[in-house]
Ligand binder design. Structure first.
Ligand code: MOS
Length: 715
């Protein structure tokens, strides 16, 4: 629905707002990885023309620690002199123009008492700590088996290795930004996030004001992927500066600043051992993980916790450790845990298939599970087998030669992997307002960071109200709307659609009660509702006509939904099978992905076009993770490639046709609308599928991503 506004430039993102009297803030970043700020010399900055405020830990803006119900604690800047990473926000300069603010920021001299820093995950492994939380370290052993070591020792075939994944940045097209303005003690903030009401809660917390005094507005969000789950430093600083300066403030991070002043997906190291019988039956799975974590230990990439969801095995042991480093904050990034975790697990499964001389699809089918390991709750709806078989037929898997094939100077290989992502819902409330012109408004705070949620609202509301989509006005991205949860953890469609169905049933009830009430057009008659009309015997009226006849302009009802009893009855996940063909140049060892296919079982697909785009985006990101993306952290903590020249992302020339298929089996055990999440599953199996295809083409097993030319030259 918002496509036209976006491609014509009419969609107004946070930083597109310009208010009278507005000033511009520019953020100052640290240039050491660890230590204490001794002194900040702002003399020169204050004399730059147009500068109206310079803030640092010595002259701070008042902010308190903030928290959201979904994403937990959020660090707020300038509250102490500690530096925990290179590129940490340590100051803000505000001036009449962006250029003046930036010029002034460049003149600021910061001196530090530097302390030793640690920035390398591999060097920190020896001193790893247990990760907090319960679900990262556990084992499930068959009766009589003492340990996973015994189970592996008793397995006829054992494979394994150490796998590693790179530090990544979300690199959303829209840099984190905010425009903040106060009016009589009330704050309005325009800033892209994954949930407007969550942002209002966090800002209210940080600023020490009532939540009702904060109005967060973000109808358009230029990509998020977990990186806008929390409120950004730009928004905290803009809001606090706007308060003390008593004028609107705009703060926009530069592209380079986004890499350190927001958050990353931390690097991981994972050790996997698989034990199997000669026929491929898994006997033992061991998955030990180490995640880099920032110095405050605030986020661990949970690569082990979902291993229990992938396959049936007689014995499983996983562990999750973390290595605190002086690196930028870490946070959720598309399929946190599953994306890097499946690279390791699904590579190892491929290695097992090679060791057993077994087809990798046959091996996976043999170990298909009916429930997560250790749980009595069966999957509500699992059609992974159909994904494997449909995908194999569509991709031409049967023509796959044992050791790849050659096409001139190109070595061609095929690989595949399983994808999974848990299906979840969050509490959400939607308000439906029927209007006297026979249209309906559907509103919820939420966010549409390019996911198509706005369109989903209109489709589900049209269906629930039994009127054409052209008569529905969906609205999102405003904290004054009923709380809509987050566009994160692949939950938004399932959460809001279910709430729409509840709201629609309620408002239809209210219309019927109104129609048959005393003195109303259908006074005392038996009434029903269809096609946007109230029906009685041989008469009918549209709801708009009824509202006019009863002297009303509109009629509203709220509907809420939240996870409930179903959580005690079944396990819920989306599933997929992903197929990739790569071409590796015999001499240059350049890797090109030439074909890719994803077949997904994600319940009902509400908007096929947007769903395809969503999943294709995830698959493209998987190519990126496998072959392009990775932040290089120098020993002093500086990111060597924190810009879009050095941080490689695929362009159109890197991406062939992306083939996406949904095998549609609505999952009404999960929610009434039958849709499970699709936001994250697209990326999950891709890196392993590519690594497996590279092995098939070349015989070289690369156990880290991104895979580079150098990895393939070494043979
Ligand atoms: Mo997603 S990584 O929870 O936005």
């Amino acid at each position: 629905m918002d496509g036209r506004l976006k491609v014509t430039g009419q969609a107004k993102y946070g930083a597109d707002h310009n208010l009278p009297g507005m000033a511009y803030g520019y953020i100052v970043l640290s240039t050491i990885a660890h230590g204490e700020i001794r002194h900040v010399d702002t003399t020169a900055a204050k004399s730059v023309p147009g500068v109206v405020g310079v803030y640092s830990p010595f002259d701070p803006l008042e902010l308190r620690p903030a928290k959201t119900p979904v994403f937990g604690d959020t660090w707020v800047p300038l509250q102490d002199k500690e530096v925990a990473y290179y590129g940490q926000p340590i100051g803000l300069v505000v001036a009449d123009t962006f250029e003046h603010a930036r010029d002034a920021a460049m003149t600021i001299e910061v001196s530090y008492d530097e302390r030793p820093s640690r920035t390398s995950l591999s060097e920190g492994l020896a001193t790893a700590e247990d990760a907090p939380g319960q679900d990262g370290t556990y084992s499930i052993l068959a009766p009589g088996v003492e340990s996973i070591v015994d189970a592996l020792a008793a397995s006829p075939v054992v494979v394994g290795g150490t796998y590693s994944t790179a530090t990544q940045n979300h690199a959303a097209i829209e840099p984190h930004s905010a425009v903040a303005a106060w009016d009589s003690g009330e704050l309005t903030v325009y800033s892209g996030t994954q949930g407007a009401d969550l942002q209002a809660v966090e800002l209210a917390d940080a600023l020490g004001v009532d939540q009702a005094c904060v109005h967060a507005v973000n109808p358009f969000v230029g990509g998020a992927f977990g990186g806008k789950g929390r409120t950004s430093v730009a928004a905290f600083l803009a809001a606090a500066a706007a308060k003390v300066l008593d004028r609107p403030i705009k703060v926009v991070l530069s592209r380079e600043q986004v890499f350190t002043a927001t958050a990353t997906r931390p690097a991981t190291v994972q050790r996997i051992a698989l034990g199997a019988a000669e026929d491929g039956t898994l006997i033992a799975v061991r998955h030990d993980s180490w995640s880099a974590t920032p110095a405050d230990r605030s986020f661990v990439e949970p690569t082990s916790s979902n291993t229990k969801e992938f396959y049936a095995t007689q014995n499983l042991a996983v562990s999750q450790k973390m290595v605190p480093l002086n690196i930028p904050p870490a946070t959720y990034m598309r399929a946190p845990g599953e994306a890097p975790g499946s690279f390791a697990l699904e590579s190892a499964i491929d290695e097992l298939a090679v060791a057993l001389d077994m087809d990798p699809i046959e091996l996976r089918r043999k170990n298909d599970s009916t429930a997560p390991l250790g749980s009595d709750l069966l999957w509500s709806s699992k059609h992974l087998d159909e994904c494997y078989l449909h995908g194999a037929a569509r991709f031409g898997w049967a023509s796959r030669a044992p050791h790849g094939r050659e096409d001139g100077d190109w070595l061609v290989g095929m690989g595949m992997a399983t994808a999974m992502f848990p299906a979840r819902r969050l509490p959400a409330t939607v308000r439906i307002t029927l209007r006297d012109d026979d249209t309906a408004a559907v509103v919820t705070s939420g966010a549409d960071p390019g996911t198509g949620l706005l369109t989903v609202l209109s489709i589900v509301a049209a269906e629930s109200l039994d009127i054409p989509r052209s008569r529905i006005t969906p609205q999102l991205g405003d904290s004054s709307f009923p709380p809509g949860g987050t566009s994160g953890i692949s939950t938004a469609t399932a959460s809001t659609s279910t709430a729409i169905m509840v709201a629609a049933a309620q408002v239809i009830n209210d219309v019927l009660a109104l129609a048959s009430g005393p003195g109303a057009p259908f006074d005392g008659l038996e009434v029903s509702y269809a096609d946007g009309r109230v029906l009685a015997a041989n008469r009918s009226m549209t709801f708009g006509e009824l509202l006019r006849a009863t002297q009303r302009t509109e009629l509203s009802a709220n509907g809420s939904s939240a996870p409930g009893e179903e959580m005690t009855k079944h396990s819920f996940s989306s599933f997929g099978a992903q197929f990739v063909e790569v071409r590796v140049h015999r001499w240059t060892r350049e890797v090109r992905v030439s074909r890719m296919l994803g077949v997904f079982d994600a319940g009902r697909i509400i908007n096929p076009d947007a769903a395809r785009g969503q999943v294709a985006g995830g698959m493209i990101w998987g190519v990126s993770a496998a072959l392009h993306e990775g932040l290089e952290i120098e020993e002093n903590g500086r990111l060597a490639n924190a810009d879009l020249a050095g941080y490689l992302l695929p362009v159109n020339a890197d991406i062939p046709e992306v083939d996406v298929v949904f095998v549609e089996h609505p999952d009404t055990l999960h929610n009434a609308v039958g849709a499970r999440g699709i936001g994250e599953i697209g990326i999950v199996g891709m890196a392993a599928a590519i690594a497996n295809a590279v092995y098939h083409a070349t015989g070289v097993r690369v156990r880290h991503i991104p895979i580079t030319v150098a990895d393939l030259l070494e043979r």
